[in-house]
Write a protein of this length. Structure first.
Length: 271
């Protein structure tokens, strides 16, 4: 992988991880158009995913510090706000954990089935974003355990290439009536454990497959370029996306996903 390809894939990963347009779907499209196979290189995949986690930690450091400050405070009976928030994150991880453990092979098979699946899933993302834009449910100030689990189900569905993780979780939360600002932060924080867990599993796969298979043909400079590009673009996208959710402008992303998804499907059938 050249430095230019690493830059492209890093930027794409960082931007689309937070924008509701599907990072996996766009990486599949980029691979098809430019022959960039970054997702097949375990070391590169781990690096750019860890970079996006780091960008979340940087942008939402106040919220993370608040969680850790109260997580181990047991001076009052019952759960405090920070402990309830942590419990919600843990509950949201259950569905994607089940998918990762029991259905990993099926998901990997879907990823290898071509761009038609990506196009169809982008239309699903567009529909979810559009529904959440036009729906006007009663707004709740706090996310309940029930809502956290349902949002987690949306995250599990988003393992499909073309279904946006941030788009599906935020749209589902909005349809359930959750506060926009609170929901955007929760959506980005809840993905940290699954991404780190996936990175750990990738490391274990790399160890089993041997260092040469994991590193592939990527140089240290290309790896650094990809990591830095994913981190910087992730910081920008995370901050921008939180503001976009607060302003309720997800409909623009729905239009984008619909256009890209329809173009992919159209191109598939005319070729």
């Amino acid at each position: 992988m050249s430095e230019l390809e690493a830059l492209l894939m890093g930027l794409l990963q960082g931007l689309t991880e937070y924008l509701p347009v599907s990072s996996s779907g766009h990486l599949s499209i980029a691979s098809h158009l430019f022959g960039v196979e970054g997702e097949d290189n375990l070391v590169f995949t781990i690096a750019v995913h860890v970079a996006t986690v780091l960008s979340t930690l940087v942008i939402l450091w106040r919220e993370i510090a608040w969680i850790f400050k109260g997580m181990f405070d047991f001076r009052t009976p019952g759960l405090n706000a920070e402990q309830r928030y942590t419990l919600n994150i843990l509950v949201s991880m259950i569905p994607v954990g089940i998918v990762g453990v029991f259905f990993k092979d099926y998901v990997e098979a879907i990823f290898g089935s071509g761009l038609l699946v990506v196009g169809c899933c982008l239309l699903v993302t567009a529909a979810l974003l559009a529904f959440s834009f036009y729906a006007k449910p009663r707004v709740k100030e706090t996310i309940s355990l029930r809502d956290a689990f349902i949002i987690g189900l949306a995250q599990a569905v988003a393992v499909l290439p073309g279904v946006s993780r941030s788009g599906s979780t935020i749209a589902t939360g909005l349809l359930l009536g959750n506060n926009k600002a609170t929901l955007a932060q929760f959506s980005f924080l809840m993905v940290i454990p699954p991404i780190l867990g996936e990175a750990l599993l990738s490391v274990l796969d790399a160890v089993k497959g041997g260092a040469e298979a994991a590193i592939g043909d990527i140089s240290l400079s290309s790896l650094a370029v990809g990591f830095l590009a994913a981190f910087l673009s992730g910081c920008l996208a995370c901050k921008w996306m939180i503001n976009m959710v607060k302003k309720g402008k997800l409909i623009y992303f729905a239009v984008y996903c619909a256009l890209v998804g329809a173009s992919i499907i159209f191109t598939h059938f005319i070729n």
